[in-house]
Write a protein that binds this ligand. Sequence first.
Ligand code: UDP
Ligand code: MG
Length: 327
Amino acid sequence: MENNSPLLAIVVPCYNEEEVLPETIKQLSCCLNDLVNDQLIHMDSKILFVDDGSRDHTWSIIARESIRNPLVTGIKLTRNVGHQNALLAGYLVAKEKCDCAISIDCDLQDDISVIRNFIEKYHQGYEIVYGVRDSRETDTWFKRTTALSFYRLMKKMGIHLVHNHADFRLLGKRALEELAKYEENNLFLRGIIPLLGFKATEVYYDRKERFAGKTKYPLKKMLSFAINGITSFSMIPIRIITFLGFVLFFISIFAGSYALIQKVLGFTSAGWTSLMISIWFIGGLQLVAIGIIGEYIGKIFMEVKKRPKFAIDIDLYTKPMLGEQSI
Ligand code: UDP
Ligand code: MG
């Protein structure tokens, strides 16, 4: 039975996570061991940490642990490339050996015990399993409200996202292979994975507080993540501009005719207020329009360069012989 069980890789992106890492290793090892003992996964399954260019001791903790704990392995990226790219790096390396991969954040916010449910769903034939948060009570009011508005906005724009699903999910090998074909640079995994179209299901869990350390997603990063999500998947913002342009054009025809008639009839007025208002209004609108168009042009600029999304410095997963010299 055991040799027929799927080889699992738990992909964990880490950026400056030395505070929480030892506990994460402990809990994930425990979980993996149980699954191996219950013959739900292959005994060579691994926890694959992705060090996303951390500046603390994250990598040395991973490398040391990989020597004494057979369940732990890792890759080290040459520099910080951001959560989504680090995750992709993990998936692509995992795909070389594993039958399925589960991605989870390092900070223990996602419930490790539902990994078992993921695997059960995989055994039932699902290629993709989404971890969906039952409650967001541990998130701040601000994060909850902004996240909710984000999901609503995306839905209005016709972008299919799994509601309240972060990057806690299982992907089978076929899904990983299809994912590897998406070459776009501005990666928004939550939008791309539903596009793969495989048989998918959801598993619910409670999201907890961060176990230790600080969030690596400050407001600025959250905003750029949201803008990226929208502009990578939707042309609607540009269409809104075009639509607004038409509306303003018609309004100005009417307003212009009205002003002309007034002039012909001899009712001249100072007109200063209306002039100023229209200058400001049109000026503002144009700037917004240029900004949005610029956002898309910037995206084209980034995409045509076809730069690699990450570079791997050390890979203990596919080249485990590196061992001690990697610390
Ligand atoms: N992370 C990463 N690279 C980054 C930022 C974050 O690999 O540049 C990792 C981080 O270590 C964590 C996960 O991405 O495992 C999610 O980050 P965090 O928990 O800080 O985000 P939040 O849960 O606050 O949205
Ligand atoms: Mg977190």
